[in-house]
Design a protein around this ligand. Sequence first.
Ligand code: HAX
Length: 441
Amino acid sequence: MGIIKERFKAKADLANAEIKEMLKEHGSKKIGEVTLSQIYQGMRGITGLVTETSLLDAQEGIRFRGYSIPELQQKLATAPGGGEPLPEGLFYLMLVGELPNEEDVNHITSVWQRRSHVPNHVFATIDALPINTHPMTMFVTGVMALQTESNFAKEYAKGINKKDYWNPVYDDAMDLIARLPRIAAYIYRRKYKNNDHIQPNGLLDWAGNLAHMMGYEDESFKELMRLYMTIHADHEGGNVSAHTTHLVGSALSDPYLSYAAGMNGLAGPLHGLANQEVIKWIFEMQQELGTDAPTKEQIANYVQQTLSSGKVVPGYGHAVLRKTDPRFTAQMEFGKKHMPDDKLVNTVWNIYETVPPILQSLGKIKNPWPNVDAHSGALLVHYGLVEYEFYTVLFAVSRALGVMASLCWDRALGFALERPKSVTTESVKGWLEGKDEIWGD
Ligand code: HAX
């Protein structure tokens, strides 16, 4: 057994015993109440699942195993001469539950390099799609084609003891993460660079190699990719991509199927696709106003126009957060360090000063502050990555770290098939009239 697999298994065994004990003693304790509004309005605030890898605080933002983003920037290993954390370190932290040392991080880099081979039929499947296919469709199609490689599916077909599910799921998780940069870069080069593909560089770290295969050799772009892959990885368990991966995995669909399902959710404009929508919205604003440096007053008018045409302002608002997203702040800091005079980046900062009071004045928006997607595109455009339809693919590569670490935990802890109760409005009316026998199971 590999060293990281062994450490994970030891941690999971301990956690399993602890949870069993906890449930024996406290299993019948109530954790909250559910209102009628909550079941009609997206289940906001209902505590309904366990995700070990990270926890979101509405005021503070995300913490990965207790560590905030600035703390991770201090504590995780960087590339030689670099300043941003290597996402390999975050993955180790989410999986094992402890901060890795530099050797652990290097070990994951080399494991992922070793496991990164993508079979040819995956590229052939992507090639079969018309060139105007959205990159997220190509990406999920590529992942589905890769499902032929699932260890879990093969072991299940042979007949595996349920105590051992975690083991091939772990291997699938590692293989899948290792292979995603190659698939993402292949799509990028196919769609936007005339099929001029770039071979992986076996000496580079996971995010650095992604940048290289996409054709971006600037060291500060590689640093951006390391930061980007770290901050987009996980946002506790209830968001659409994480929850979907967990839900589909609970049916014992293998990690490839579960991850592909989750990424179909990430491709929605209220979730991960918001990163492309932000840049599209800013480009449209620039075009309409005839300037690449709109004033705050011009921005305010454009925001009002967006709202009055019944659209959302992309990159603003959140279902859980109630403050500026620390993932936005981390990107802002990166912008201040690497490109303080970039016009588009400055426009993003001017939007940040303009939008919140306008959204607040509407009186209905619970969080007028920017989320992660409000900033990412402008940094990418700075380096020439202007093909904004591709942005959600980068998000998806990063999100694999969180959802795959969580899926390992789901199977190691033996989590059950997820199957909440649903009701009809007719049954709700009956319940309101006191006929509670309608709540069958
Ligand atoms: N612009 C305009 N209206 C907004 C808004 C925004 N940015 N954010 C929320 N609202 C509206 C909602 O549409 C809702 O309107 P109705 O009552 O008319 O339906 C009202 O304000 C209350 O919404 P809320 O309770 O504050 O927010 P929700 O939890 O329902 O939704 C969303 C959270 C993120 C979906 C929402 O804020 C939104 O649509 N934002 C823009 C899209 C976006 O940036 N998505 C990315 C979110 C982060 C993420 O997942 N990244 O991957």
